[in-house]
Design a binder for this molecule. Structure first.
Ligand code: URA
Length: 230
């Protein structure tokens, strides 16, 4: 049960003071009855605004096909972000919708967004070993020696105290490779190849855990059930 004014504000409908005005104006019902008490406590499922049920009161989990050029940070100084793809109301929710891990600005592909902090923790913790598949094109030919090196769990990246967890590398063509990681260090794919003198030119993530993009176009998103990872 939550206070009505707080409920509406936290779901991104309006500010708390606007919510109080909406409630005073009789736009809000609890179990079908107009209430003018903005401090009344209610279950979100019983509340309606202008006769409409509340928008995703229990949380959201969203699968996005991130195009290049968008960042996963909320900091506007870093440029246009992936949250700009979402409905305006969702961008005003509290808790805030945030990405589960990150894809850098020049990387495209599957990124999950949610307001469920436990899910962020669960899916980003290296302990849970969620496999993430990346497809890279490279400046130079990929040497087959990288397959056992990346799989060995001994590759130490610059300024990192511990080696990368074992990662599976598949060479698709001389300058195209797929790499499956179970952790998510800063710019990890680019840095793993750079550590061996190569350079990632393009990077795309088609899969995260058991999820893939299917035919979802770049810049589009779809909702997932909140219990997708239960
Ligand atoms: N590795 C990278 O280098 N960039 C990403 O966005 C993800 C993994």
């Amino acid at each position: 049960m939550r206070r009505l004014d707080q409920l509406l504000a936290n779901l991104g409908y309006c500010s708390r003071s606007e919510a109080r005005a909406w409630i005073r104006d009789g736009r809000v019902t609890i179990s079908g009855k107009v209430t003018k008490d903005f401090g009344a406590k209610a279950h979100a499922a019983h509340v309606r605004i202008d006769g409409e049920p509340l928008d995703h009161p229990d949380g959201v989990l969203i699968l996005v096909n991130k195009p290049t050029g968008l960042v996963c940070s909320h900091d506007e100084r870093e440029g246009a972000n992936v949250y700009s793809l979402l409905p305006t109301r969702w961008r005003a929710r509290n808790p805030q919708i945030t990405s589960i891990g990150r894809l850098d600005k020049d990387t495209s592909g599957l990124i999950l967004l949610t307001d469920q902090s436990e899910l962020v923790h669960k899916l980003t913790s290296p302990k849970h070993k969620v496999p993430k598949l990346y497809r890279a094109t490279l400046r130079d030919d990929v040497l087959p020696d990288l397959i056992p090196l990346f799989a060995s769990g001994t590759l130490l990246l610059k300024d990192e105290p511990s080696p990368c967890a074992p990662a599976e590398l598949k060479i698709i063509s001389p300058r195209e490779a797929e790499l499956t990681l179970t952790e998510g260090r800063y710019h990890q794919v680019r840095r793993m190849f750079a550590s061996q003198g190569n350079e990632v030119l393009t990077l795309h993530r088609p899969q995260f855990g058991h999820l893939d993009l299917g035919d979802l176009p770049a810049g589009q998103w779809r909702e997932l059930a909140l219990d997708t990872f239960k």
